[in-house]
Design a protein around this ligand. Structure first.
Ligand code: NAD
Length: 306
C-alpha cells in the first residue's frame, strides 16, 4: 500500500498508475488536498510513500513500522531526513535529471523576462499604464552559473544560442565537458560573482549553500546584474536581498523558490517591481511530470517487490 502526497504525481499521464497497478500496488492519492495532520495520522499504515516537497520529520518516520520506501517525485531530497531514513532501513529514491529541460527552460524564461521587463510591463498594462520599459539584451552577456549539474548544463546549452560567455562555480566539477569548452569557464565563486551580468543558481540546499547569496555576496555582484534562483529557497538570504535591492543594487531578481513556501504574503520583496517570483513551477511541464512520475512509480515497484 502506497500513499501519494505529491500533488502532481500522475497528473499528466495515466502511465505511472499503470506501473503501480501492474506491480500489484494499491495506492491512495492525498496530493490534491494534502493535510499535514492527516498525513501524520495515516502514514504509519503504508509500505511506501510518494512524496512531493513537504517535509517528512524523523519522529513521524520512526512511527512507520511498515514503511520500506520514500520515493521523491522529483530530484531534490532536502525535505527528507536521509540519515534517519537510513537508520530506520527505509530506502529513499529520487528522480534526478529528468526535469532538467523543464527547469532550464524556466531559468532561461526568467532571464529573458527580467532582462526585458515582460512581466513588469504586463502588470503595468493590466493596470492601464501603456508605458515603455528599457531593458537589456541577453545576447553576448556573461552568465554565471552556480553549480554545473544537469540543469545548469541545460541552461548553458540555451545560453550558447545567445552567444553568451558562461562562468561556472562548482567545487565538485574538475573539468568542463568538451561540448562546453569553447564558451564555458570553470572558476571560483568570487570571479563568477563579480564578473557576471546574470547569475543563475542551480545547486541543492546544503549547509554550504544556505544563504550563500547574503548581503556580502550580493554586494559583490555588479550593481546592474540580475540574480536568478530556480535551485532552492534558502540559498538567497531574502532579507539581505530586499535591503540590497531597495538600495538600488541589482537590476532585478527572479526566483522560482523561496525559503518558506508558500511565500509570506507580506514579504517586503513583493513591494519591489523588479523582484519576479513564480510558485515553484520549475518541473511542472507536461513532459517532465510524465517522465518523472513513471520513473518514480518504477522505483516504488522495484523496492516493494524486492
Ligand atoms: P545536480 O545534482 O545534477 O547538480 C547540482 C550541482 O550542484 C552538482 O554539479 C554539484 O556538484 C553542485 N554543487 C553542490 N554543492 C555545491 C556548492 N556548495 N557550490 C557549488 N556547486 C555545488 O542537480 P540538478 O538536477 O542540476 O538540480 C539542481 C538543483 O535544482 C536541485 O538540487 C534542486 O534543488 C533544484 N531543482 C529545482 C526545481 C524547481 O522546481 N525549481 C526542480 C528540480 C530541481
Amino acid at each position: 500500500k502506497v500513499l501519494v502526497t505529491s500533488r502532481s504525481f500522475g497528473k499528466t499521464s495515466p502511465k505511472p498508475f499503470a506501473v503501480l497497478e501492474g506491480a500489484g500496488i494499491e495506492y491512495t492519492l492525498m496530493g490534491g488536498d494534502f493535510d499535514e495532520e492527516k498525513f501524520k495520522e495515516v502514514i504509519s499504515q503504508y509500505d511506501g510513500l510518494i512524496i512531493g516537497a513537504h517535509p517528512f520529520y524523523p519522529e513521524d518516520m520512526a512511527r512507520c513500522k511498515h514503511l520500506k520506501i520514500i520515493a521523491k517525485h522529483g530530484a531534490g531530497l532536502d525535505n527528507i531526513y536521509l540519515e534517519d531514513a537510513k537508520k530506520l532501513g527505509i530506502r529513499v529514491t529520487n528522480v534526478p535529471a529528468m526535469n532538467a529541460n523543464a527547469v532550464a527552460d524556466l531559468a532561461f524564461a526568467h532571464i529573458l523576462n527580467i532582462s526585458r521587463g515582460i512581466s513588469i510591463t504586463n502588470e503595468r498594462v493590466h493596470r492601464g499604464a501603456w508605458e515603455t520599459f528599457i531593458g537589456k539584451d541577453v545576447f553576448e552577456k556573461t552568465l554565471g552559473l552556480i553549480g554545473f549539474g544537469a540543469i545548469a548544463k541545460n541552461v548553458a546549452r540555451r545560453a550558447r544560442g545567445f552567444s553568451m560567455k558562461v562562468l561556472v562555480y562548482d567545487p565538485f566539477v574538475t573539468e568542463i565537458p568538451e561540448e562546453f569548452q569553447d564558451f564555458v569557464t570553470l572558476t571560483d565563486l568570487n570571479t563568477v560573482t563579480e564578473n557576471s551580468d546574470i547569475i543563475s543558481i542551480h545547486v541543492p540546499l546544503t549547509d554550504s549553500t544556505k544563504h550563500l547569496f547574503d548581503k556580502e555576496r550580493i554586494m559583490k555582484m555588479k550593481k546592474e546584474a540580475y540574480l536568478i534562483n530556480t535551485g532552492r529557497g534558502g540559498i538567497i538570504q531574502e532579507q539581505d536581498l530586499y535591503e540590497c535591492m531597495k538600495n538600488g543594487h541589482l537590476c532585478g531578481c527572479a526566483v522560482d523558490v523561496m525559503e518558506h513556501e508558500p511565500m509570506e504574503k507580506d514579504s517586503p520583496l513583493l513591494e519591489l517591481e523588479n523582484f519576479v517570483v513564480t510558485a515553484h513551477i520549475g518541473m511542472y511541464s507536461i513532459e517532465a511530470i510524465s517522465a518523472v512520475s513513471v520513473v518514480c512509480a518504477e522505483n516504488v515497484a522495484k523496492v516493494l517487490n524486492g
